[in-house]
Every structure is written in C-alpha cells, then in structure tokens.
Design a protein around this ligand. Sequence first.
Ligand SMILES: Cc1ncc(COP(=O)(O)O)c(C=O)c1O
Length: 384
Amino acid sequence: MPNKVESNKNYPTITKSDEYYKVALELIPAQTQTLAKGTGQNIKGVAPKYLQRGNKVVPNAESIRYSRGGADVVSGAVRVARAYTGRNKVLCCGYHGWHDWYIAVTDRNKGIPQAIQDLTFTFSYNDIQSVIDSIDEDTACVVLEPYVFEEPKDNFLQKLRDVCTKNGTLLVFDEMWSGFRIALGGAQEYFGVNADLACFSKAVANGMPISILTGRKDVMSLLEQEVFFFNTFGGEALSLAAAKATINEMIEKNVPAQLAKQGNKLKIGYNKIAEELGMNYTKCSGFDCRTIVTFDSSAGNPLEMKSLVQQEMIKRGILWGGFHNMSFSHSDSDIEYTLKAYREVLPILKKAVEENNVIGYLRGEPVEPVFRKVSNFNMKPKKK
Ligand SMILES: Cc1ncc(COP(=O)(O)O)c(C=O)c1O
C-alpha cells in the first residue's frame, strides 16, 4: 500500500519525537545507526527524529548501539576500546566473526596485512595465567565468549575482570550465544560479572538480522564523534520491532528457564543411554540451553564417530550437528523423539567402535574439523 501523503495546514508538532530523542541522548551515542539519517540531518523543531525507546534487560547497558551482524558490533567494541584506552593490542578467546582483527589469529588469514596480524593474540579459556602472561601496557581489550561449552572454573570470569581492571584494559563479552539464552541478561547476569562492553545478536530478535553493542557510557560516548560506527541498515526498523517483540515474549514466558529445562532432559537422557550401553567415550556436556556431544579419541577418530551418529540421526529425520542448541519451540515430544533416535543410533556406534571400523559404516566422507579453536593457538610470547 502506498504511503498516505497529505498537505498539512501547519508544520507538524513533534513532541513525541523529542521525548524519544531525550531518551536516545542518554542511551544511543550519536543517536543514530546511519549517519546520513542522523538527527543532524533534520531541521530541529520541525522534522521528527524517528527514535525508539531502549532495551532494559541487559546489565550494564548504560549505552546502546545497533547494527546488523555479530561481527559488526564486536569490531565496534574493539575499535571503541582502542580509542578509549589509546592502546592497540587485543587478546581474544572464542569466535568473533569475519573481520580482520579477529580472523588474523586463525589459519584462514590470507588477505590480512601482517601489521593487523601482529596486534591480536589468543588466550586459553579457564587459564587465567595465559592472560596474565600476555596482557601488557598496550592491551586495549580482552574479548571473549564468556563460555562456549566449558563452564568457567575457579572464578575465572571474575579473575579476568580483576586482571583487566588492574591493567586498564577493557573487558568485552561476546554474548552472541549466551545473550538472551542462559539468562535474559546473558552471561553478565548469570555469572554476576560485569564487562565494560557486551555484544549481542542471534536470539535477541528470533532470527531477524540485528546486533547490539551495549556498555559503559563513558566508553560508548566516543561513538558520538571520535569513533565512526555507522552503516546503512543499522537502524532498520523491522528487526528492531522483532527484537522488541522477542524480548517481551522472552520476559513473559521466561524463555531461558524453558530452554534450560528442555536442554537438561536431552543432556541427562543422552548421558543415561551412553552409560547404560557402557559407552564411556561419549558424553553430552555444557550449560543446559546449549550442550555438545563429544567423542573421546581413546575409542577412535572423533570426527568419524560424530559422522556416523550424524548419518544415523539423519536417517531418523533429525538434522544433527553435534550439539543441542535449544529453542523455545522444542516440545516434550521433540525431546522424546530425539532420545528415542539416540537409543537406536548409539548401539550402532558402539558396534562400529567394537569392530574398530567406524569408517566402514559411513556412506560418505566424514565431517571436517572447524577452525573454532579456543586454546593454544597464536598465543603471545611470554613477557621477558
Ligand atoms: C560468538 C560469535 N561472535 C561473533 C559472531 C559473528 O556474527 P556474524 O556472523 O553475524 O557476523 C558469531 C557468529 O557465529 C559468533 O558465534
């Protein structure tokens, strides 16, 4: 339907827009996601500024900016952290998207200048010493997925917080997976540790393309002028509306509790079947909302074992990737059906392992390893 265009007798009153603008002045550095559509492009007092109320479930979200992809906001966080600290180096742990500063540390880093590669290093999850060994006076930020599958041990996240604070380095949580899943406020809420900046996407809009950078106002305020972080579709309204609707639904239905409940059934169920079959070389682990099935190399090639389980699960109608990424729509019957399939598939794996011939059961090439390493690669040489 075309827009309804009418000639007004008077200029419009924009009171509501100005109310939103006041909120945005507090929450959104530069008050826009696309510079060309920013408030500076509108006649003050006449043109509405098209602003929306901010988003309250995330701890420490004193300030907010939106974008489209996950890598956008993590790179935004790194850039603003560099600007705030006046430092260059980044320590990271986990996966953070396709941009140069991160891909530099992986084995797919062709096309990234050496000067960029020299600025990012990794550290090992749950190994605070690996951070202490690498952090220095030029470290702008420590970026990590607050957990992937392994639980933080020995107060790791709080220790990381303390090491960063002591060194004047910003702590950035990449909450693409943990945000709105382990708790509405993500890992910051669940573990009670505040990052300086936090990045969200994925679950927040139920699959619509939006990503969100939140954090300390004094850091984020650099996005007003000094640090450039704008893109054409940054304020695309459909995804913002989807995020708003999704968050309301999550609050109303306490979605994280439901994900944990259903995920726990799968985790416990899988481990029970494996135990009953005496297959101590496979287990399901991780926080309930997102668990992983692993295979121990003592029993054979883990990728071949994973491939066989995938092949047999697909035969039973389940497109299986090796982890249970829970969604609110996973019903009791979905869980029961999946466990029934495991009850049929795991004995096949057991037989293949006992015959030392998993590869012989495969009808295609085994799955390939991913490059998502979280430890022991591109570590910074120890300080002398
Ligand atoms: C933890 C994490 N950070 C960043 C990203 C990058 O997000 P995108 O692919 O939307 O740029 C991903 C994507 O899978 C992710 O899992």
